[in-house]
Ligand binder design. Structure first.
Ligand code: FAD
Ligand code: 2HG
Ligand code: ZN
Length: 482
């Protein structure tokens, strides 16, 4: 039987009328009201081309005030809305489930201020992550988050998914680095929580409700974020390990021996490497003459080239002597370092090119991570390729199952097994991508019934008509009127 969840369009939601269109054109002008089919097709379809809505309307506000007018109106008309940033989300959260109005933040992309002493950046939600990275680089600072989708994803989307990414190990989650937000609520209220203070214990810290709420509680319009200074010495090495146990020992050693300069610890298995080599252009195998089971990418970032290099060399020597690594390359320049990163960051694209893909983004006690991958391999046999990679330093496995095409029989072999396994081991069924449409009905595998009920109560308080990203995050059955 199909594990796909069948949901019904909520009958209490209105459909767009010509009066609605006139209203939106009146506040946004013709340029902010998008109805052309080609554009709509793109924004109705998610990055994986797996989820597809049928929205007939995308709105592109330029200010929080315009977002406020849109939401106030949609709320009064009971028109459902899906907030959209760069549309790189991987759980079907950024596209309509049915005909929801898409509210895009793409035209809100200004940097508002940057304080070179404190490193605090304030910008609009639609700033593309890569542009912020480049802006800060010029100022001698770095964004505390980086991810493969940086060329398209927007900071508002990153905040709304609480994106983790490649350097969480070093800089922590957005719950730590986001200092303030401006958010527009469903009724149009503009909530100014755009603080720029590291410390502020005046009452409940409400911005945290919006970090990771996937557009279900409000639309983020501005972000204030703490950014660390750029350090001059960066080293990247790409290592091969014979088994998963060695990867784990290597992680412990990296934490011990590299300590404060460790800035990334990523892993991929041979299945992920094979896919990248096969499907991505211009990728060179760092170890062309030998096969390996596991690969680890380690990055260090510090302020002294000689000190960092000494630490890295001592770590590598120790790891070789203890047989933790079977092969390795240290990037000699920035081009080699980016080729290593290209392998790691290119895995999602390689998987896309290989055919159908079932993605699971799991937090699992790190020593158990590969047990699941192996069990899944045994369950699926030759019918699918089980590929594993992820942010090992954070206990975050990206379990991907690659198939020639989507197949309900294979899906029923994977789910609910993968969720039950994760729940049994006290893991999380969403480490960093969110629940979206894909896992709205699966939240109970990780959260208790009381917690889910409180979440639903908060949702009802902030968005009584349920217009914001309906069917996503929480089980839709909690919001059906009877
Ligand atoms: P979208 O995809 O547009 O939206 C994501 C969700 O946020 C949706 O529910 C949407 O409704 C909501 N939303 C968007 N903007 C707003 C807003 N302003 N206000 C309220 N709600 C909003 N994720 C990680 O955590 N770590 C990774 O390493 C990582 N790597 C990735 C690599 C690739 C190649 C891809 C395609 C994705 C990756 N992701 C990763 C997934 C990740 O969720 C997104 O890339 C990113 O954080 C989403 O930003 P976006 O602007 O594209 O948001
Ligand atoms: C990554 O770390 C992203 O590359 C995508 O979070 C994970 O494709 C995936 O499963
Ligand atoms: Zn990831």
């Amino acid at each position: 039987a199909s594990q796909a969840t069948i949901i019904q369009r909520r009958p209490d939601f209105s459909t767009i009328s010509s009066e609605d269109l006139s209203y939106f054109k009146n506040i946004l002008g013709e340029r902010g009201v998008v109805q052309d089919e080609e554009t709509l097709d793109a924004v109705n379809t998610d990055w994986m081309r797996k989820y597809k809505g049928t929205s007939k309307l995308m709105l592109q506000p330029r200010t929080a005030e315009e977002v406020s007018q849109i939401l106030k109106y949609c709320n009064s008309r009971c028109l459902a809305v899906v907030p959209q940033g760069g549309n790189t989300g991987l759980v079907g959260g950024s596209v309509p489930a049915f005909d929801e109005v898409i509210v895009s933040t793409s035209h809100m992309n200004k940097i508002i201020s940057f304080d070179k002493v404190s490193g605090i950046l304030v910008c609009e939600a639609g700033c593309i992550l890569e542009n912020l990275i480049a802006f800060l680089d010029n100022q001698g600072f770095v964004m505390p988050l980086d991810l493969g989708a940086k060329g398209s994803c927007q900071i508002g989307g990153n905040v709304s998914t609480n994106a983790g990414g490649l350097r969480l190990l070093r800089y922590g989650s957005l719950h730590g680095s986001v200092l303030g937000l401006e958010v527009v609520l469903a009724n149009g209220t503009v909530l100014d929580m755009l603080g720029t203070l590291r410390k502020d214990n005046t009452g409940y810290d409400l911005k945290h409700l919006f970090i990771g709420s996937e557009g279900s509680l409000g639309i983020v319009t501005k972000v204030s974020i703490f950014t660390p200074p750029k350090l001059s010495s960066v080293n990247v090495c790409f290592l091969a390990c014979k088994d998963y146990a060695s990867c784990l020992k290597l992680l412990l050693e990296a934490k011990r021996k590299l300590g404060e300069i460790l800035s990334a610890f990523e892993f991929l298995d041979h299945g992920a490497m094979d896919l990248v080599l096969k499907h991505l252009e211009g990728v060179r195998n760092p170890f062309p003459s030998s096969m390996h089971n596991f690969y680890v990418l380690i990055e260090t970032t510090g302020s002294s080239e000689s000190y960092d290099r000494e630490k890295l060399d001592a770590f590598l020597l120790h790891s070789m002597e203890n047989d933790l690594i079977s092969d390795g390359v240290v990037a000699q320049d920035i081009t080699q370092a980016s080729s290593c990163w290209h392998i790691r960051e290119g895995i999602p694209e390689a998987l896309m090119k290989a055919g159908g893909v079932y993605k699971y983004d799991l937090s699992i006690p790190v020593e158990k991570v590969y047990d699941l991958v192996e069990e899944m391999g045994v369950r699926l046999g030759a019918s699918a390729k089980v590929v594993a990679y992820g942010h090992l330093g954070d206990g975050n496995l990206h379990l991907n199952i690659s198939t020639p095409q989507y197949d309900d029989k294979i899906l029923s072999q994977i789910e609910p097994f993968v969720y039950e396994w994760t729940s049994k081991h006290k893991g999380s069924i969403s480490a960093e991508h969110g629940l979206g449409l894909m896992k709205a009905n699966k939240i109970h595998y990780t959260k208790s019934p009381e917690t889910v009920q409180l979440m639903a109560n908060i949702k009802k308080l902030l968005d009584p008509n349920g217009i914001l990203n309906p069917y996503k995050v929480l089980p839709p059955s909690l919001f059906t009127k009877n």
